[in-house]
Design a binder for this molecule. Structure first.
Ligand SMILES: Nc1nc2c(c(=O)[nH]1)N[C@H]1C(S)=C(S)[C@@H](COP(=O)(O)O)O[C@H]1N2
Ligand SMILES: [Mo]
Length: 311
């Protein structure tokens, strides 16, 4: 890769999880206990914000969208343990030099796993901050060899009807599919996550491997991927196919373009314990940022596109 990306959010932006991170050490500006964990100089300043906007392991793993397991926020945590994630193979096909059915480890083994602390902003106007562990998608694509003529990357989620109650109930068409333009897929912010909080990613969050594209609405970040296809034409994506008036292909986070049924100007912060309510959760609001706060890194990808319109 020409350049790797440097994190701006620190671990102090994430809910300190007792086992994993000692808040007093952060507040004291000290190092962290764990080997290989580095904390930037902004950590102390960020700590008070973290106390106002906590995101815990529990928030991240119990408030989910994963319609294969039902449409309720608690359904994935209740049902996703039924998904079989071992062995896991991923079909790589289309315009690649090395197509085939890869065992997961053969596809990602030896590639650099990094921690990426990203805000996840759902199109439903809530957000949380997640400390992912993952691999740059570009590293995987380089491994399989993208051919000239490929312009998009398509992704597909596993379908295990016997293990997925939402699939059996046909709550939407499955498999869930998504896609990125090749330059979006190759961007260093785009990762394939295999962990959270340095633990294997829980089933409800998309085990054993899912996409994370932090400047786009959460529905782009497709879970439990079993197929990656390099294409010349723009591939379909599930929510756009289902509701083209409401969900686009690009789906870049944009506070200035409202969803037809609600504002995107701000978002409810899961786990913030504020005065507002989201279902039975106490939440506060924060203003939504252009490209979810990653404008500096990604705006260049959309030069010449009219950002005041829905796409
Ligand atoms: N296969 C699949 N991937 C999916 C979804 C889904 O229903 N099925 N939901 C999407 C939506 S709308 C969001 S907001 C994120 C939620 O990720 P999380 O549960 O890890 O926070 O996953 C996305 N990926
Ligand atoms: Mo979402």
């Amino acid at each position: 890769m020409a350049h790797r990306w440097t994190n701006k959010l620190t671990r102090a932006d994430v809910t300190p999880e007792a086992v994993w991170l000692n808040r007093r050490q952060i507040l004291g500006g000290l190092g962290l206990a764990g080997a290989g964990i580095a904390v930037g100089s902004g950590a102390t300043a960020q700590a008070s914000r973290a106390e106002l906007e906590p995101n815990s392991w529990e928030d991240i793993t119990t408030y989910n969208n994963f319609y294969e397991f039902g449409t309720g926020k608690g359904d994935p945590a209740a049902n996703a343990h039924q998904m079989v994630t071992e062995p896991w193979s991923i079909r790589v096909d289309g315009l690649v030099d090395n197509p085939g059915d890869y065992m997961l480890q053969d596809l990602i083994g030896g590639l650099t796993v990094e921690e990426r602390i990203y805000r996840l902003r759902c199109v439903e106007a809530w957000s949380m901050v997640v400390p992912w562990n993952g691999i740059e998608l570009a590293d995987i694509l380089d491994r399989v060899g993208v051919q000239d003529g490929a312009r998009y990357v398509a992704f597909e989620t596993a379908v295990q009807p016997e293990n997925m109650v939402g699939v059996r109930r046909r709550v939407m068409p499955f498999p869930y599919v998504e896609g990125l333009r090749l330059d979006e897929a190759m961007h260093p912010l785009t990762i394939m996550a295999t962990g959270i909080y340095d633990r294997p990613i829980p089933n409800q969050n998309g085990a054993p491997i899912r996409l994370v594209v932090p400047w786009k609405y959460g529905f782009k970040s497709i879970k439990s991927i079993v197929r990656i296809t390099l294409t010349e034409e723009q591939p379909p994506n599930s929510w756009n196919t289902l509701q083209p008036r409401e969900y686009g292909f690009y789906a870049n986070v944009n506070p200035n373009v409202d969803h037809p049924r609600w504002s995107q100007a701000d978002e409810r912060v899961i786990g913030s314990g504020g005065g507002g309510l989201l279902g039975n959760l106490q939440v506060e609001r924060r203003p939504t940022e252009m490209f979810n706060g990653y404008e500096e890194e990604v705006a260049g990808l959309y030069e010449g596109m009219d950002l005041s319109v829905f796409y």
